[in-house]
Design a protein around this ligand. Structure first.
Ligand code: FES
Ligand code: FES
Length: 183
């Protein structure tokens, strides 16, 4: 439950709430008009999510909310109480890169990197729902994420490569589980 502290003027009013970011419950206090992008970057110091157009046109600010890509520049942080927020900072597993991050680094899916956090989070949501997307499906899913550097071909190839890697990893895990069960 959030609480509002009125310190005199509307401009000074702040809300206190708990946000669930990358699996961690974090208490935060912010002005109620702030977007999720602003609260992530300015109040939680999670600056991996990028600040682009702030008009809903570039996708640089995309994060996952309850597993779905959302433009954090158009979302009030207030609306996110009790919801699961995933940002680029939570994508790697400790020091182990997510297969998407590894594929983007290996195949040139990221150049200047400004669009990359939004692209990676949007691609993660896609692969979570479709483990073997066609190039057309990848392009459609990423159509709201603008990139000025790569020409998109490397981005699509990187997502396809990561999808293969994830499928192979899951195949190995289920094969070893089946062997363990048979033992
Ligand atoms: S910064 Fe959010 S869409 Fe561009
Ligand atoms: S890598 Fe530079 S904008 Fe996409």
């Amino acid at each position: 439950m959030n609480t509002v502290t009125d310190q005199g003027t509307v401009a000074q009013r702040r809300v206190h709430m708990t946000l669930r970011v990358n699996g961690e419950e974090i208490e935060v206090s912010f002005a109620p008009y702030k977007t999720l992008l602003e609260v992530l970057r300015e109040d939680l110091n999670l600056t991996g999510t990028k600040h682009g157009c702030e008009l809903g046109e570039c996708g640089a600010c995309a994060v996952l909310v309850d597993g779905r890509p959302l433009l954090s520049c158009l979302t009030l942080a207030l609306e996110c109480e009790g919801r699961s927020i995933e940002t680029i900072e939570g994508l790697a597993n400790g020091t182990e890169l997510h297969p998407l991050q590894a594929a983007f680094a290996d195949l040139g899916g990221s150049q200047c990197g400004y669009c990359t956090p939004g692209v990676l989070m949007t691609a993660k949501a896609l692969l979570d729902s479709d483990p073997d997307p066609s190039p057309e499906r990848i392009k459609e899913a990423l159509s709201g994420n603008l990139c000025r550097c790569t020409g998109y071909q490397q981005i699509v190839e990187s997502v396809q490569s990561a999808a293969r890697e994830i499928r192979e990893m899951e195949h190995k895990i289920s094969a070893s589980g089946a062997r363990g069960g048979a033992a």
